[in-house]
Structure formats: C-alpha cells, structure tokens
Design a protein around this ligand. Structure first.
Ligand code: ZN
Length: 235
C-alpha cells in the first residue's frame, strides 16, 4: 500500500492521532516530574558578626560569602539545580533568620560554610561536619514510627554521602589536608531533618591556609570542588 493511500485510511489517522496524544501526554508528565533540586548555601557570619579575622580587614564572613557566591555561579548552568542563599551580601543575620529561610525554602540539601581557627598555629586543613538528624528532628512531627526512621535514615545517609564526596573533592584540591568527617548536628538545621553539611574550609590561624583562603583563585577552586559534589549528589 502506498503511503498516500495509507494516510487516506480513516482508521490509520485515528491511530496516529491517538499515538500523538499519548506521547505528548507522557512528554509533559515527564517534564513536570523533573523537579529541581534545591540547594541552600549558608555563608556563615556576616555584618556585625565578623567571625575569625584573617587580616586587619578581611574576616571569615567575607571568605564564606565569596565561596558561596562562587558555588552559586558554578551551579547556575545546571538546569536541575535551584540555589538559595541565606545571605547575598555583608549583612548581620542571626541563627533564627537563617533557620527561617531554610524552613521556607525547603531545600534538599543545606551547606554551611565556615573558616576554622585555633588548636595552635600548626593546625591546618579542612573539616567536615554532618548531622545525626537526631530525635529532635522528628519529635514534633506526628508520623508513624517507621516513616520517622526512614526520614531520619535518609537525612543521615544523604548527609554522609555528600560529606564523603566533599572530602574526596576537597582532598583532590588540598592533598593530605583532610581532618576527617565529624558527626554533629548543625545549629542552622537542627530539628529539621534536612540533609546538611558544615564545611570548615581551612584555618585562619595557619599561615599557609590563610594565604590560600585569601586567594581568589583558591576560593574559586574550593567552590568548584563543592559544586562538583553537589552536582553528583543529585544524580
Ligand atoms: Zn564560623
């Protein structure tokens, strides 16, 4: 049968239009289902709350903001990611302000950025804290015991997965500078059951670390390492 005569056949037209409708429907359904992953970046400190001093006029608050903005830039080209920041500029924000933003934006992951200090001038390197997603995380929610455990488990395993990935990518950037993974609930997400990390990027009190933290190129490299982890987390 010739194509023209095939298309003249009413039944074939009917079948074709049904197929078109079904496939279009599936297409739109798939598009709608592809929800963006919300990443919340929390540059610690800000405004009057300066954090550790690196020089006479550069503080922890400046480094955390610079790196957070650089991570946002790295993720901007990823259509599957939506990035929210607790602050975009040098402003004072207390813990409650930050928690409110986190609660409202319902992120899939929270990443808090800090600069470390103390333990003598020899102490150096990066440190990663991940939450226990403990009892407080689900105590207020009236869900059954099984789902509580599931939510808690997911929060824990997602946090640990990201922690390991950041450890690896930061380790590639700063070989032998990893100080390990530490378990501790983060004040910004405590009680929320949201997977999170707090990254102490380097030491303000170590000369070599400080030099790196102040270097714009190294800040961009730190941001790239973390963005790589965030991107792989969502896949
Ligand atoms: Zn800090």
């Amino acid at each position: 049968m010739k194509v023209v005569s095939m298309l003249k056949n009413k039944n074939l037209w009917l079948i074709l239009s049904v197929l078109m409708t079904v496939s279009l429907g599936l297409f739109f359904e798939a598009t709608a289902a592809e929800k963006k992953m919300i990443i919340l970046l929390d540059p610690a400190h800000g405004g009057r709350e300066k954090g550790l001093a690196l020089t006479g006029d550069v503080y922890e608050k400046d480094i955390t903001l610079a790196v957070a903005l650089a991570i946002q830039k790295e993720l901007a080209t990823d259509a599957k990611m939506a990035v929210v920041l607790t602050r975009h500029k040098d402003e004072t924000m207390d813990l409650e302000d930050r928690r409110e933003i986190i609660e409202k934006s319902k992120p899939d992951f929270v990443m808090s950025l800090h600069v470390n200090g103390g333990f003598g001038k020899e102490a150096a390197g990066f440190e990663i804290y991940y939450p226990e997603c403990g009892e407080k995380a689900t105590a207020e929610k009236k869900t059954d015991k099984a789902s509580k455990t599931n939510a808690q488990n997911k929060c824990q395993s997602d946090s640990l997965k990201m922690a390991k990935s950041v450890q690896e990518n930061m380790g590639n950037l700063f070989p032998r500078k990893g100080r390990g993974l530490r378990k501790a609930d983060l004040p910004v997400t405590e009680g929320m059951g949201i997977p999170a990390l707090s990254v102490e990027m380097s030491f303000a009190t170590n000369a070599e670390d400080k030099k790196k933290l102040l270097d714009a190129k190294t800040q961009a490299e730190i941001a790239k390492a973390m963005a790589t982890s965030i991107k792989s987390f969502g896949r």
